[in-house]
Design a protein around this ligand. Structure first.
Ligand code: NDP
Length: 323
């Protein structure tokens, strides 16, 4: 039997509809949420990411600004820009597109962002809130994975969840969110002794390792819910043949384009898992969605609506019987 496909684009549409309503309500109060993006240098991938974030703001009727310092910018110059945005009352969210050039002290820049405007959820104050289970601005990709699970009514409470990957931006916050939602969580990484054995025990698997098709279908417990965060571009035919051995259409597409986007989970998982996020079209669209949601939430927090005003993105444990 084939797994249920957990469609990220569908959830993005749902959340965009909800956000549009929230933004209209804020407009009636004279408030327009605004996102300021800082894009340093001319890295083509970063330019595409930032442009799509700005386009999402425009689509939703939010204000947006793009600051584009040159690749030779210093830490001090960037700190001044961040400070200026911290003090600008029309800016609700500040996004610093990573990676920053090597001469810039990235940690200092991220820590300079006002935690109330930290819509990426990377500031230590927001990470601390997440650890202690208090609502706050949560990193977008893991928050998006939680939306996928909840909106598809996948039972988290009491489930065995395995998170493969322990990065600060995906694996660690993901594990904390699952734990606060009352899953029993195992975090795996490159030094984990027997990864297949850990994955086999999971009702929910979150793969965030950056290794194309690494998690094999026969590692999965039949019926498991699989959230594939991995976004890997492959260009080798041998790799494509390994991954698309049972997907002749995708192999054909690969031959035509010479590349494909694949997750960390082998596509054959569709025959074993109970539910699965596709790559592309699963977790990917959720990251930008949650950035928009965080910006609206930040606009509310800064105007005293309280950080419990938005049901999305809370690191807090859900009450029994809650979402
Ligand atoms: P990092 O490289 O920062 O972290 C990768 C993690 O995977 C590390 O903790 C590493 O372990 C672990 N890992 C690597 N190899 C193995 C292995 N063989 N066995 C077990 N664990 C392993 O990556 P990110 O967290 O930033 O991203 C992970 C993936 O998610 C990437 O493919 C990235 O492109 C994708 N991503 C997608 C997003 C989206 O919007 N869809 C957003 C963000 C990321 P260790 O700590 O021991 O080195």
């Amino acid at each position: 039997m084939s797994a249920r496909i957990l469609d990220g684009n569908k959830i993005k549409e749902q959340i965009f509809d909800e956000l549009s309503r929230d933004i209209r309500t804020l407009a009636e109060q004279g408030v327009q949420p605004g996102l300021a993006a800082i894009l340093v240098g001319e890295d083509p991938a970063s330019q595409i990411y930032v442009k799509s974030k700005i386009a999402a703001c425009v689509h939703l009727g939010m204000a947006s600004w793009m600051h584009t310092p040159s690749a030779s910018v210093t830490t001090e110059e960037l700190l001044r820009l961040v400070q200026q945005l911290n003090e600008d009352d029309s800016v609700d969210g500040i996004l610093v597109q990573l990676p920053l050039p090597p001469q810039v002290d990235s940690k200092r820049i991220l820590e300079a962002v006002d935690p109330a405007k930290d819509v990426d959820g990377f500031h230590p104050a927001n990470l601390g809130r997440l650890v202690s289970g208090r609502a706050g601005l949560v990193a977008c990709t893991p928050a998006g994975c939680m939306e996928i699970l909840r909106r598809n009514e996948i039972k988290i409470e009491g489930a065995n969840a395995v998170v493969v990957g322990r990065s600060d931006i995906v694996g660690k916050p993901m594990a904390l969110l699952l734990m606060h939602a009352n899953a029993t969580v195992t975090i795996c990484h490159s030094k984990t002794r027997d990864l297949p054995d850990a994955v086999r025990r999971a009702d929910i698997v979150v793969a965030a390792m950056g290794r194309a098709g690494y998690v094999q279908a026969d590692w999965l417990r039949p019926g498991a819910a699989v959230i594939d965060v991995g976004t890997n571009r492959i260009t080798s035919l041998a790799e494509a043949e390994r991954l698309f051995r049972n997907l002749p259409e995708r192999l054909e597409k690969f031959r035509a384009k010479g590349q494909a986007l694949v997750g960390d989970v082998h596509p054959d998982a569709i025959n074993v898992a109970g539910a699965l996020t596709p790559v592309p079209g699963g977790v990917g669209p959720m990251t930008i969605t949650m950035l928009m949601s965080n910006t609206v939430q930040a606009a509310r927090i800064r105007r005293g609506a309280g950080i419990y005003g938005n049901p999305r993105n809370t690191g807090a444990a859900q009450p029994a019987g809650g979402r």
